[in-house]
Ligand binder design. Structure first.
Ligand code: AMP
Length: 297
């Protein structure tokens, strides 16, 4: 594996499909599962590793965001990644960009309401990665459901020849979705954080028995969060998987997205309902502790 800092050095000139996995580093099994999917399908696998300042709000955790490049390089190497692309900020943004990339309608609700400017920052970095590396496939987690929908729309509307693949949400054994931000949680906060998953799991069980009303599904998340004092739910919304509009009834491919905070840490999660049978999909659970817990212990 080569660790490179410039677009020029990361580009692949051979034949066969190129897969890209965009990340902000501090790898956990969610990132690794995307790398494995890319490894299975592609001849050349590029993982980008860049904490993108444009997607952090002024009050957010850019400076505190966890970083450990040596550890990440070891993990990527084990997954058979060919190129770890670690651009310095100057490579990505030699000037303050005059260009804006906005995927309007899909980014107004959910996270867009709580994180103004966030999706423009993500859209900018993804556009630069797709344009600069020209991958055939790019892999994104369903954990960030609104981001995945936005990236799909962006790639299609800007005519990138890249196919956007969604990967399953990888969870701790108790159900908490893996996130680099879990490393901020104290033990007590970590215990409260799982409330959101419990609510999503309850909603999935309702769907499996035939419930389709969004109010009832959303209420399952509200109730689970209310039962846990340490957890502060911001929203639970049944959302069309492609247009990211709120649904009154679950009658097409959708996700029930939720966000909330424990202490000062904000977490997001969702359960996906795949069409046409609207089969609930909570992703996959690890059978032991995540590599993330070993790092932060
Ligand atoms: P990040 O480094 O947090 O920007 O995430 C990089 C990619 O990993 C994004 O496509 C995320 O959606 C994905 N990802 C983050 N957490 C998980 C998870 N628990 N399971 C699956 N994919 C994830």
């Amino acid at each position: 594996m080569k660790v490179v800092e410039s677009f020029g050095a990361a580009r692949y000139t051979g034949s066969g499909p190129v897969g890209l996995v965009p990340t902000m580093g501090f790898f956990h099994e969610g990132h690794l599962s995307l790398m494995r999917s890319a490894r299975d399908a592609c001849d050349w696998v590029i993982v980008s590793h860049f904490v993108n300042p444009l997607q952090f709000g002024p009050e957010e955790d850019l400076a505190a965001y966890p970083r450990d490049l040596d550890r990440d390089a070891g993990l990527a190497e084990q997954e058979g990644v060919d190129i770890l692309f670690v651009p310095p900020v100057d490579e990505m943004y030699p000037h303050v960009p005059a260009t804006r990339v906005t995927v309007d309608a899909l980014t107004i609700g959910l996270e867009g309401r709580y994180r103004p400017g966030h999706f423009d920052g993500v859209a900018m970095v993804v556009t630069k990665l797709l344009a600069g590396l020209r991958p055939d496939l790019a892999y994104f987690g369903r954990k960030d459901a609104q981001q995945l929908a936005m990236v799909r729309r962006l790639a299609a509307e800007l005519s990138f020849p890249t196919e956007i693949e969604g990967g399953p949400t990888v969870r701790n054994p108790d159900g908490l979705a893996l996130s680099s931000r879990n490393s901020y949680l104290s033990e007590a906060e970590r215990a409260s954080a799982v409330a959101m998953f419990r609510g999503l799991e309850a909603a999935a069980a309702l769907v499996a028995t035939g419930e389709r009303e969004s109010l009832i599904l959303e209420q399952a998340v509200v109730d689970a969060a209310a039962a846990e004092h340490g957890f502060d739910l911001e929203y639970a919304e049944l959302t069309d998987a492609f247009d990211v509009v709120h649904l009154k009834r679950l009658d097409r491919e959708a996700f029930l997205a939720a966000a909330g905070s424990v202490g000062s840490t904000r977490l997001i999660d969702n359960v996906w309902f795949h069409g046409p049978d609207l089969e609930p999909d909570l992703g996959v659970r690890l059978d032991g502790p995540s590599i993330l817990e070993k790092v932060t212990a």
